[in-house]
Design a binder for this molecule. Structure first.
Ligand code: F6P
Length: 470
């Protein structure tokens, strides 16, 4: 072998992802304020904890000085890479979130998009740089024969690059998103499609959230890259962390927010609490928040008996606001919610209670009081909200669930399943959910919770590690 063994790092297990466990804001006095990272990836990986002895390599995300963040934080077991701002912007906002995310979630409005012009190819170069920075840091930190678990579409080239630098390593990659069908995936320029597939096929093992996404990847590899080669493909359906959620959702700050939320929702004319239809999402195009609101409006139009007796509690937390299309979508969510309140609201009733300021304790409060949870993405890798609500809900909650969410593969039996594009179908499911007798809701929630916790995050991680090192 040609490697210099003396230069090896010490880490036996490494995780790599764009977003790490926390992101930082640089305060006026130069100090750093930490905030828990959002999204399914962080929820899954945070449960591993520093005690597992893994080194987590991520990019130093902040709204301020990245280098200061990379230097200044002493999180145990985390190495933050000071990727230059313009490289990160092209890789993250450009290629990862405007191209690969759109392809896998099938979000393009195809008569106009995508446009692969000269600007795209500059972004693609920076995506390569970004991936190389990760591969080099991992090569540098990994001990001889270590296991490396690379996460998500931001880092598809890392397995191939790392394989060349360190053939001794066991390399895994896990996708937290759906995978596109072949005919959609090959909208990508041929060179990009090939490099993404070949980059990922540099791994010993690829993991997906559901069989559906794993099969879609295999179809792309077979059709466009000559097959899987020696790469294994496995399915690991990330579940929710029940122990953490149950404990966290009974902390005093959550109790306080339940009080506040109840006051904001107000009582029905009977004096009983109003029924609540809860949704909690990043304000993300694939989450289908606008059609969810339209379905609620349809429910109010078709069923005046719910007027004054129901509230739609919608939490839509800002996400990827550097992208105009996300800013526009955020504004559209607000506009449609305001429209419903203008049309149906009364001095005593606000039909839509919309909050856009991210607050984890308030999300848990909404989970606890939910009568109905609405999870209607047009396409979603898994969707952990669908798994979390039944676990946390106090009295049992009916779940209206899109058939296009990965979670559908595990939760279909006890959910009310909808076609997310079909407003009337979704409105009807909301009505059925509101009418579901409480004992049935409780029974279904129990079974949903059992399914939702089948593979808790720690086990999800260990299963992948064991499969990789076996
Ligand atoms: O869990 C899926 C995921 O796409 C992660 O890859 C990502 O970190 C998360 O959602 C949230 O998105 P972002 O990191 O862009 O805020």
């Amino acid at each position: 072998s040609t490697h210099v063994t003396s230069a090896r790092g010490a880490a036996q297990v490494l995780v790599a992802s764009n977003r790490g466990p926390v992101s930082y804001a640089v305060q006026e006095d130069g100090s750093l304020r930490a905030k828990r990272g959002g999204g399914g990836l962080v929820s899954g990986l945070s449960a591993i904890g520093p005690d597992a002895g893994a080194l987590w390599v991520c990019s130093a995300l902040s709204d301020g000085d990245r280098e200061a963040v990379a230097r200044g934080v002493g999180e145990d077991g985390v190495r933050m890479l000071p990727i230059p701002a313009e490289v990160h912007a092209d890789a993250y906002n450009g290629v990862a979130n405007s191209v690969l995310w759109f392809v896998h979630h099938m979000l393009y409005q195809t008569p106009l998009e995508p446009v692969f012009d000269a600007g795209f190819w500059r972004q693609w170069e920076n995506y390569g740089r970004y991936n190389r920075a990760f591969a080099e840091a991992l090569a540098d930190e990994a001990a001889e024969g270590a296991a490396v678990l690379v996460q998500d579409y931001h880092l598809t080239l890392v397995p191939g690059l790392l394989r060349k630098l360190r053939p001794d390593l066991r390399i895994g990659h896990f996708s937290h998103t759906p995978w596109a069908p072949v005919d959609y995936f090959r909208m990508l320029p041929d060179r990009v499609a090939t490099e993404v597939l070949e980059g990922m096929l540099g791994a010993d093992r690829l993991g997906f959230l559901t069989r559906r996404w794993a099969d879609a990847f295999t179809a792309c590899a077979t059709k466009l890259a000559g097959g899987l080669g020696g790469t294994q493909v496995g399915v690991h359906g990330l579940g929710a962390d029940a122990e953490f959620l149950r404990a966290r959702s009974h902390e005093p700050d959550v109790e306080e927010r339940i009080e506040a939320l109840r006051a904001e929702i107000g009582p029905a004319p009977s004096g009983e609490p109003r029924r609540t239809i809860v949704r909690v999402d990043r304000t993300e195009l694939s989450k289908n928040i606008v059609r969810g609101l339209l379905a609620y409006r349809q429910l109010l139009a078709d069923h005046p008996e719910w007027h004054e007796r129901v509230a739609h509690v919608a939490f839509a937390y800002p996400s990827r606001q550097d992208l105009a299309v996300y800013r526009d979508y955020t504004a559209e969510v607000q506009r449609v919610a305001d429209g419903i309140n203008a049309e149906y609201g009364t001095p005593t009733w606000t039909p839509v209670v919309l909050h856009v300021k991210d607050d984890f304790a308030r999300s848990l409060a909404a989970y606890r009081i939910a009568d109905v949870a609405l999870v209607n993405p047009v396409r979603d890798g898994m969707n952990l909200v669908a798994k979390e609500v039944p676990i946390v809900s106090d009295e049992g909650c009916a779940l209206v669930l899109s058939r296009e969410a990965g979670a559908h593969e595990e939760l279909a039996e006890d959910a009310l399943v909808v076609n997310p594009y079909d407003i009337l179908d979704t409105a009807q499911a909301l009505h059925t959910a509101l009418l579901m007798p409480q004992p049935e809701r409780a029974e279904r929630s129990k079974r949903l919770s059992a399914a939702a916790t089948a593979l808790p995050p720690k086990q999800w991680f260990l299963d992948q590690l064991n499969a990789l090192t076996a």
